[in-house]
Design a protein around this ligand. Structure first.
Ligand SMILES: [Zn+2]
Length: 244
């Protein structure tokens, strides 16, 4: 079995633990470190808030099938091609969700079973480049086991999040956030490269009174691939052409 194939299978919903060579927030490899990976250290310093734990359905690298599906589900020129990618991603997400379940926050003890017992709403991260509901919502509607998709409650702020650059105003709460204040939310995004977008969205929600139990992403940009390793280890911009 090729390495590419292995990486494109949904991976086990694991809870990272400190010291196992994985970042305790995003589960990216953090070789030799006993704490956060480089990206998470940068983000936590900028936000001055704890980061939300991340679970990824799969990892992906440049040009591999998962990368193509994550691009194609929103950017393929033909509707049929977009639909095929959406269906494929939804099938993977259902298998991932109903498999071992999705567990968050090993040290805090918070967790959820396959039915999403510890969150009651899904909140998607808005795109900073395209208006309206983010495309990942189209995948989520095909996986009802994960829970109901909430309204759009965030809007891009005056300082949009970019790779390794965030602030508390990268996203701002819309008036609709009132509808989810006090709810337990699972934040969902399609891709996670440095975490800047998803973590700043989570921070904005928490500052608005939403209880964020964690972040679920379809694809985690894999360290050790061209571009991704530059972003994740040295803070370069090599991943800027990744799915956005
Ligand atoms: Zn990390």
């Amino acid at each position: 079995m090729s390495t590419t194939t292995t990486h494109n299978r949904p991976r086990s919903a694991r809870t990272p633990t400190v010291g196992d060579g994985r970042c305790p927030v995003c589960a990216s490899p953090a070789p030799g470190a006993r704490g956060l990976c480089y990206c998470c250290r940068v983000l936590v310093a900028q936000l001055r808030l704890p980061l939300s734990p991340v679970v990824s359905m799969a990892e992906f690298g440049a040009g591999d099938p998962m990368h193509r599906w994550l691009r194609g589900y929103k950017d393929a020129p033909l509707p049929e091609a977009r639909r095929a990618c959406i269906v494929r991603l939804a099938r993977m997400l259902r298998a991932f969700t109903t498999g071992e379940g999705i567990h968050f926050g090993g040290r805090s003890g918070a967790h959820s079973g396959p039915t999403g017992a510890t969150w009651d709403i899904l909140i998607t991260v808005p795109s900073t480049t395209r208006p309206g509901a983010p495309p990942v919502g189209g995948v989520l509607t095909l996986v009802p086991e994960l829970g109901p998709v909430g309204p759009l409650v965030l809007i891009p702020g005056p300082e949009p999040a970019d790779h390794l650059r965030v602030c508390r105003e990268s996203f701002l709460p819309a008036a609709s956030v009132e509808a989810v204040r006090g709810r337990r939310a699972l934040v969902v995004d399609d891709t996670y490269v440095t975490g800047a977008r998803a973590q700043s969205a989570s921070a904005a929600l928490r500052l608005s009174g939403v209880e964020v139990v964690g972040i679920l992403v379809l694809g985690l940009w894999r360290s050790g691939t061209v571009g991704g390793s530059e972003v994740r280890s040295e803070g370069g911009q090599g991943g800027s052409s990744v799915v956005r």
